[in-house]
Design a protein around this ligand. Structure first.
Ligand code: SF4
Ligand code: SF4
Length: 511
């Protein structure tokens, strides 16, 4: 009986021709042919059973996996003391109060430019990483890669390494296979539920929501979100796997366009490896064969199941596990490492022409990397500066448009405004609202402070971490002419922060 691994030879070239029926060109013969099915344009997926490997890149991948998963699952549980008036969750997207908390940073809706800045930094960060180390994001930190890798370890834990998994895949369904599949899919499901469950904890107080969720007292949106994320994680990580990277994700195409001849990529050095031949043949005729002994270890460990020796492919996520595999083979047969290695296309050409191999870090030192880093750093510094110097007091003013003014019996003119006073501190504050640029004799009062207490300034208390909406009435003496003036908001504490906003004053004849 054929060795199952042999049947699954990962290097088996895709026989596109075999998938297509032969076309009969002779019309008479064609009439005699029985009905042929239409050509298949889609090749059925071959399951990828990647082999376990150890090496520096695999260990680095482990490290990134542990760090990213720990950040994702643990972050909502980190507490952060913001005083009695603000939530004590370190990272919280408080949709109900339209607030985003991240440790000491609190973003209000009118400061959305900070979120936009973070998104721009994330985008430029990806450009920076791609220009420096190719598709490293795909290979190490992309959530699809991390969860697929995690699920592949579950496969290994339950079903064994590559050969055992191939055998089990081919085995008919029976109690043993059902038990293994049941155990494996249950673990997938548990991880998927934890993934969806962790996500909702970013949107509410984690311990409270955790308890409410199991008491069936949480918001229905929470259950829906967990169900959707459980389903997508289970399906995309457990079953779709590399197909997401190859067929569904747009990022490999974008990254492909961003790479140039100076970007680091994982590459097979064919000028050194070809013509390939088995170790036995190459030992017998050393001058006839290159360094590749055609052992297929590089293919066996590849999480997307591709053969890097066929050149650059969209399925290569640059995870470098094939480098670990090939380096181990080279060590075992006493040949220099680096037959598969990180290199730039420029270096590949130079090496093929006989130049010595260059250390990979040299590819990082180039203008494009510095330009991206400069832009990324400048945006980061600008945001830090804006965060460090921003006021925790904010004022917005909306004048009434209908009616735009009231003409009083004594000839004075009254305008009405809606003021939003923001106290972005985690404590209540006394704030003074005043005006500047109005003629002498002008006064103001609010919906809480009556006309009898009208004055040139009013003091109000604004609760901690809140926006107080106030109706303000301003009256100017008869016969005065004014177009624009400013409202000024000043906190009456030791900080004496202030903000102001210009607005219009409408009088008869202005409208
Ligand atoms: S692991 Fe190295 S030697 Fe083995 S097939 Fe791949 S490239 Fe050739
Ligand atoms: S070819 Fe190598 S670098 Fe590319 S995905 Fe496969 S193992 Fe990773």
């Amino acid at each position: 009986m054929a060795d199952p691994e042999e049947l699954e030879r990962p290097d088996a070239k895709r026989d596109w021709g075999a998938a297509l029926p032969e076309v009969e060109t002779d019309p008479i013969a064609a009439r005699r042919l029985p009905h042929q099915p239409p050509p298949r344009l889609y090749e059925k997926r071959k399951a990828v059973h990647n082999k376990r490997i150890d090496g520096p890149f695999r260990r680095f991948k482990w490290l990134i996996m542990v760090v990213t998963l720990a950040i994702y699952y643990v972050t909502p549980w980190i507490r952060w003391d913001r005083g009695p008036y603000a939530p004590d969750q370190a990272v919280l997207i408080d949709l109900a109060n339209r607030r985003f908390y991240m440790f000491d940073i609190e973003i209000w809706p009118h400061e959305f430019y900070f979120v936009a800045g973070m998104l721009i930094m994330a985008g430029i960060g990806l450009f920076l990483v791609t220009s420096a180390v190719g598709r490293a994001w795909c290979g190490y930190a992309c959530p699809q890669t991390v969860w697929t890798d995690l699920f592949q370890h579950i496969d290994r834990l339950i079903d064994g390494d590559r050969n055992a998994r191939i055998r089990l895949d081919k085995a008919p369904w029976g109690p043993a296979k059902i038990a293994r599949r049941g155990a494996k899919w249950s673990i997938y499901l548990l991880i998927s539920m934890l993934t969806g469950g962790a996500w909702i904890l970013y949107f509410a107080d984690a311990p409270t929501l955790f308890v409410d969720f199991f008491r069936l007292e949480a918001d229905p949106v929470a259950y829906m979100t967990v169900a959707i994320l459980t389903g997508t994680t289970f399906w995309l990580g457990g079953f779709m796997r590399e197909q997401v990277c190859i067929y569904m994700c747009p990022w490999p195409r974008i990254q492909g366009a961003m790479l140039d001849e100076k970007s680091l990529i994982v590459t097979y050095k064919d000028w050194r490896g070809e013509p390939r031949g088995s170790l036995k043949k190459s030992l017998k005729n050393p001058d006839e064969y290159g360094d590749c002994v055609d052992c297929l270890q590089c293919v066996a460990v590849c999480p997307t199941g591709i053969d890097i020796r066929e050149g650059q492919q969209i399925g290569c996520i640059t995870c470098a596990l094939c480098i670990d595999a090939c380096d181990r083979v080279m060590k075992d047969i006493g040949r220099p490492r680096g037959l598969i290695d990180y290199a730039t296309l420029e270096q590949c050409e130079a090496e093929a022409a006989g130049a010595p191999a260059q250390p990979a870090w040299k590819a990082l030192v180039r203008p494009r990397t510095f330009i991206y880093f400069g832009i990324w750093g400048a945006i980061g510094l600008a945001m830090l500066f804006a965060l460090g110097t921003r006021s925790h007091t904010d004022l917005t003013v909306s004048p009434d448009r209908n009616p735009p003014f009231m003409l009083m019996k004594d000839g004075s003119v009254r305008n009405s405004y809606t003021l939003r006073l923001r106290n972005m501190e985690a404590r209540p504050r006394e704030m003074e609202v005043s005006f500047a640029g109005l003629p002498e004799g002008s006064v103001m009062w609010t919906d809480r402070i009556g006309r009898e207490d009208a004055a040139t300034a009013q003091v109000l208390t604004v609760p901690a971490d809140e926006t107080r909406v106030v109706r303000v009435y301003v009256v100017t003496p008869a016969g005065t002419d004014v177009d624009n003036f400013r409202f000024v908001l000043t906190s009456l504490d030791e900080q004496r922060e202030s903000d102001s906003e210009e607005t219009t004053f409408t009088a008869p004849g202005d409208e």
